[in-house]
Every structure is written in C-alpha cells, then in structure tokens.
Write a protein that binds this ligand. Sequence first.
Ligand SMILES: [Zn+2]
Length: 554
Amino acid sequence: MLRIVGGRVYDPAHGVDGAIQDVCIRDGQVVAEVPPEAKRIDARGMVVMPGGVDIHCHIAGSKVNMARKVQPEDHRQDVHLRTRLTRSGTGGSVPSTFTTGYRYAGLGYTTAMEAAVTPLGARSTLEELQDTPVIDKGFYVLVGNNVLLYRLLQEGRRDEFRQALAWWLSATKAYAPKLVNPGSDEMWKGQRNANVTLLDQPIASFDLTPRKVIAAFIEAGNDLGLPHPVHIHCNNLGHTGNFETTLETMRIAEGRRAHITHIQFHSYGSVAGKSADNPTSRARDIAEYVNTHPNISADVGAVMFGRSTSMTADAPLAYMLRRFGGGKWVNVDTEMESGCGITPFTYQERVYTNALQWAIGLELFLLSTDPWRMVFSTDHPNGGSFMSYPKLIRLLMDREFRKQEMALVNQDALGHSGLGDCQQREYSLYEIAIITRAGPARLLGLSSKGHLGVGADADVTIYDEDPDKEKMFSTPRYVIKAGELVIEDHEFRIDAEGQVFHVAPDYDPGIEQVIQPFFEDFYTVQFSNYPVDLSYLHHHQVIPTTHQPAGTGS
Ligand SMILES: [Zn+2]
C-alpha cells in the first residue's frame, strides 16, 4: 500500500491538469483510498504522471538482434554494469534486453510496444521480451507482405482472409497487425532491387495493388474489433514527394480506424525542377489531414541528431539507405512472410535532408490540434534512441531552446520547412502527458494504462520539477511499476518483471485446413510446430477484441 502525497498530478484521461492531489495504490492498482498506515511518498513540489507508454519502438526480435550483432563497437563504448539488484548489459543505439528495460524504466516509461516482428520470429521475440525487465510490452506482427494472405485476397476469399489474419495474430501471440511498405517484398524478391512506388501499381505476379492490400487489412482489423487498428508503415518511406502517397493511404481508410506510423518519414514534398535529393516539408498537409479525420491516428517518428540504427522490414528502403550509411548493411528475406534490412546511421545537423527531417518531426507536433491522435515516437532506434526522448520533450516545451537548436542546423533545410511559422507554440505538461502516456494507451486500447483513475495499473512516474525539461524528464525521482517502488531517489530498489499483452481474436478452426497445405508446400517449419504455445509467455494478458469507438480526442 502506498500513498503519493501532495504532488502536482497530470492525468489527462480524467482531465486532471496539475491539480494537487494524492494518488493511492493497493495490490498493483490505483485505488480511491488506503488506510493511514500505508507507506507515504512526499511528492510536494513534484510532478506526478502515469508511466510512459511507447506505441512504436524496436526492442526485440531477429532484426534487433542482427542490429546488435553488426555493431560491437557500440557495446564497447556503452557498458551497463551489473549492480546488486540489476543485471549487466550494453547500450548504444540498440541496447541489450536487460539494458533496454532498465533504461526505459529509468526515463519513467513502463510500457513499450515492439513494432515489427515476422511471424516466424514470434517465439524468440517473446523470449526476449520476457528478458526485458520492468516494462510491460507486446509486439506487432508483420502481415502486409504475407504470401498466403495475398493469395486469399487475390482469389476474393475475403472471409478466409479475415479468418487467416485472426489465426496469425492468435498463433503468434501478437498485439496488432503491422503493414510495412505493402507489396514491396514481392517486388524485391521478384526483380533486382525493385520496389512499389504507386498505390495502384500491380504487385509483382499478383493481381493485387498496395491499395487493395491496405484496404483489406484496414477492413479486417476493424471487423475483428482489435484493440489497436492496423499499424501502417506507408509505401514510399523516405522518398521525396511521398506525402501524396501518405494522404492517399489515409483516404483508403474511408472513416475506419487506421494508425499511420512514423508519419514524419512520410511527409516529404518536392520542388519542381529540383532533384529528389532536395525534399521539402509537407508537414502542414499531413497534420491538416490528421487533425480533421478522427478515424486516423499517427505517431510522429521524430528524428534526433546523432547515432541511430535504421532497422526496418522495408527491404528496398534498407537497400537505398545503405548508400547514405556508407558502412555496414544487412538485408534479409524471411520465407513467405517478410523482408528486413539494417544500416547503422548518423543524423547530422549540417546535412540538408537530416535537418529537414528533424524540422518536420517538430512541425508535425506543433501543428497537431489533437495530441491524443498525434503521439510521441522516434521510431527508436530509427529516428533516434529512446534515450533522446527528454531532449525531444524539451524541444516541444521550450521555445527558446528550440530557437537555439534551430540556429545550429542546415539553414537551407529549415527554409524548406515550416518550423519557423510554428515557433509560438510550446507544449504544456498536460499535453506532454497526453502524447507520451494517455494518448498512446488509448490508441492501443489498453484501458488500464496511461491514466491514474481507480482500477488503473499502478504505473506512476514522479519527477522533480525543473525549468530544464530535458533534465526533468531524464531522471525521474520515483518510478512505480504495478504498485512496486522500482526507482526511489533516482536509484533502482528492486528488479521487476513486466507482462506481455497480446490479442486472441476468434477464428473458425476450419481455416487451418486452408493454411496447413500451404505450410507443407512452402515453409521450412512444420505447421504443428509453428504456433507459439503459452509456455513462451510467462506473465501475460489477453486484451479483448471489442468494437470500440475511434481513438478520438476529448
Ligand atoms: Zn518502426
């Protein structure tokens, strides 16, 4: 039992905007009252928020391991020592499992969703997630280039398509379906370095287009009543002029729920007569569309300068980026399911494109009128490490600091962005609490996360107030996870284990008769060995599928 006394509480899900009030905790949950003998934390002069929720990051799975493997130098430079309570690991832009959990918790985050796992990689991903301490987690499963699903779709077998999608989500213990550059893997596999560039372009040998694929998944995701809708990495990521593809993709939803991820990487315009090396910002068009369409949500995928690792299931993109990274590069194809590529990368202030990307990320935040639907992410580690979150928060909250940083970047790029026009806006602590906690939790359909109402999971972060918001958000004074005081006076007091969230949508068992022969013909894995059984899950929770209203703001 615990009573957090006298803090300034930010709980946007209940409209609490900095009110001085107590938060009571019992048996891992927020409760209305605790007896007088309960342990007390004196939070006077401090800020109290729900634990942070990261809606999109890359922290486990085969591509993350590949990225760890190719960067031993990162590990040498950033050793995370073992302590009496916590285990050792390595940092860099792709930290080891233990370090990932501790460092997220050290920033006040208590939930993080791994955003791209091949179905074949589900088993090892769940084992890694189990090894990622403190935080709760789940993963999105890659289905947007799945050959069997494409066949069903091509043959117009829509009911079986939906049943098979439900089967795949259940068999892998995933949280949501993920589309990555739909259609690209078939092009990549079928023709040297090919990619899809238009939504109405045929996908290799299939009688399908990206538009048809995206529409079918959005429809199926909504029909299944998934807590989080289909999570979409649009076509043409990173390409000059791609904002039109992004707008068109959002239109495909036709009022149904869809989540567009790392939308910053999809908000680029072009200048007539100029080369593709000179993208411009179309953040205003993208923000305007999201602002006016409550069925659409997005995370920003902001870029922060410094070391990053590009890791993506978008194989053609990784192939393109290898030119810019200039160093190591890996591309992988995963049987009938997906592709992937990895390139270590450094974003530099003086490089035109990097500075433009940085500016567009900030613009999207500053132009958003509904923080519940334009939420926080750097697509860790693609746009930057999650360790850069406190600095990004300061950039949003502190106009003067933003101005100083703007003076350091490529000014030509800044001129091709609209960042100068949104200089007036500063995020409040209330809005920060929305984009980093309450908003992502609501978009994920995690009703016990991101708020401090009675019945919420007792995940609470307490910060010392500080005018320097980067400092404030870098080192929370207390972090409480599931009611346990994990960090006290900035130090770990216990080690803790999080849980895994997944969905288990109903499906007609008859669909297995359709899927099994395909495995026998094409997979290296026996059908019966493919589904992940519960022994891989340890602490887990099934989040029910229901028909929920769109994740709109309040
Ligand atoms: Zn991502």
